[in-house]
Every structure is written in C-alpha cells, then in structure tokens.
Write a protein that binds this ligand. Structure first.
Ligand SMILES: C[S@@+](CC[C@H](N)C(=O)[O-])C[C@H]1O[C@@H](n2cnc3c(N)ncnc32)[C@H](O)[C@@H]1O
Length: 274
C-alpha cells in the first residue's frame, strides 16, 4: 500500500492548508496572512464554519472519553491538526493518566506545534507526534514512535477525525481504511467524522460547491462525501450506538438545536473491530 515516493511537505506560506484553516475556525488565530484572507472569505460563504469546527472538536472529545470508558488506554490520532483546547492526550489522561497517544499529521506547522506542546508539558514519555501521511498507513503503523508507544497486542483507539475529506477518491480512501482496519487488534475502536453536504438544505448545498472550489486553491483540496460513502469507510467495523450521526449530536448530553445550520454538514461515528 505504501508508495515508495512519499515526500514530506514543506510549509507553504503562500497558500492556506487544511490544518491552519481549521485552527483559524476554532481559535480565530491565523498563522500566515493568507490564512486570514481565506478564513474571512470562507466565513462570508459559510458563516457557520466556527460552529461546525467546534462541533467536530467536541465529537473528538466525546469519542475519546467513550473509548477510555471502554478500557482503551492507547490512541493513534491521524490528522491531529494544530494543538487546541482539549487535545486527545489531555482528554484521555484526565480520565486515565496512563494513556498513551501518538499524533500524526502531514502538515509541518501542526507537527511542530504539537511537538512544542508535548515538550512543554514534559509528556514525551507517553506521547509522540510524527510527520506522516494517511495515504501511507504502513509507514504510520511501523513508525518507531508508534511501535514504542502502542502495543499491537492490545486494543487501541484510532481517530481519523475530519481527515478523509482531504484524501481524494483517486487515492482510494476505502482501501487505505481497510489496510488500517486489518492491522488493528480486535477490540479496537475507530472514531471518524467526515464533512458532508448531502443532507443540508438547498441553500447550504449550493455553498458546498463554493467551499470545495475555494479549497481547491489550498494545499489540501476538499472532497465532501454522502452518507453511503462515509458509512463505507466503517466497513468491517460494528458501529456503536447511535451509529452514523451528525457529529454535533453523537452521544451528546447537550440539547440539540434544530435550527443549527451547521449540524448536517458533518457525519460521525465510532466503530468497533470485533
Ligand atoms: C480539519 S483538520 C482536523 C484536525 C483534528 N483531527 C480534529 O478533528 O480536530 C484536518 C487535519 O488533517 C490533516 N491531514 C490532511 N491530509 C492528511 C494526510 N494525507 N495525512 C495526514 N494528515 C492529513 C491536516 O493537516 C489537518 O491537520
């Protein structure tokens, strides 16, 4: 599955990246000037981008807590992004301090910032961040830091939260996911979310095309997928209740706002590997 030509990416300050834009929606902080320009344009087109991102992030936190409650103590977080409030290791270790986490991203800004944070927290014994690409699952699973921190004889929690949209169909996301799934120990859990505009109202549906056109100009073109295609990424896994749901609604204790226009734009689930 691993192509021999994997080349790490340089930081490109001349055009936005998915990691930096997501960070902007969540925090309002732009790493480079182009991020601010792109972000402000995107907010004009899709005014709920920050709400969407916050829902996505709270899904991540609920999924980690759910996995910890199932006894999971080791996590692989692929496409982890720039660190923000409530990172996977912080959420997991608040519940189970012995938890181990390996972060993976192909965006150097995300990798450097995560590395800085983990060093500042003196968390390097039980956490690591590696620069790698979801298109090369074996390089991730066989990386020395993954092998150091993750025991493949025990179940683990795999997080691929809002990352598949940046893998085009040409790179065969289902096959990549199958490769990862096949190498997971049984008893593992997989949490994934995926941008999807197939269930939003007509008004937002038109925006989906515009948003995709904007992302086509960034380092990370965006592919939105419909419910069936997102569900297919969970092939071979048993979905835990409530199945594939809006990320905002998945096992939330908060009241759901039916007028929240961002809800339907992100599908999420947690699957169990028997
Ligand atoms: C929308 S952010 C999501 C961050 C985090 N998972 C979350 O949900 O809060 C998408 C992240 O996926 C990363 N990413 C995109 N394509 C990737 C790839 N091929 N391999 C690894 N990471 C990737 C981006 O750099 C970015 O950090």
């Amino acid at each position: 599955m691993n192509a021999p030509d994997y080349n790490p990416r340089e930081i490109d300050a001349s055009r936005p990246s998915a990691a930096r834009m997501y960070h902007y929606y969540l925090s309002g902080e732009a790493v480079f000037e182009v991020d601010k320009i792109f972000g402000e344009h995107l907010f004009q087109v899709f005014p709920y981008a920050d709400v969407w991102a916050h829902h996505n992030r709270t899904f991540l936190r609920r999924a980690v807590k759910f996995m910890v409650a199932q006894g999971i103590r080791q996590f692989l977080d692929i496409g982890s992004g720039l660190p923000t409030v409530g990172n996977t290791h912080e959420v997991a270790r608040a519940e189970a301090p012995e938890s181990r986490v390996v972060y993976v991203d192909n965006d150097l800004e995300a990798v450097h910032r995560a590395d800085e944070l983990l060093r500042a927290q003196r968390a390097m014994d039980d956490t690591a961040v590696i620069e790698a690409d979801l298109r090369h699952p074996d390089l991730i699973l066989d990386h020395p830091d993954t092998r150091r921190l993750i025991d493949f004889d025990r179940p683990l929690g795999l997080l691929i939260i809002s990352v598949w949209p940046f893998i085009p169909d040409a790179d065969r996301p289902r096959e990549l996911m199958a490769r990862l799934r096949d190498r997971l120990p049984s008893g593992s859990y997989v949490a994934m979310s995926h941008a999807s505009m197939s269930e939003v109202g007509d008004e937002l549906k038109e925006l989906a095309t515009e948003i995709s056109a904007m992302y086509a100009e960034t380092s990370d073109p965006l592919t939105m997928r419909d419910r069936d295609d997102v569900a297919a990424l969970f092939d071979g896994l048993r979905l835990v209740e409530p199945g594939l749901a809006y990320a905002s609604d998945w096992r939330t204790d908060e009241p759901v706002d039916p007028d929240d226009q961002s809800r339907a734009g992100n599908l999420a689930a947690v699957g169990y590997k028997p």
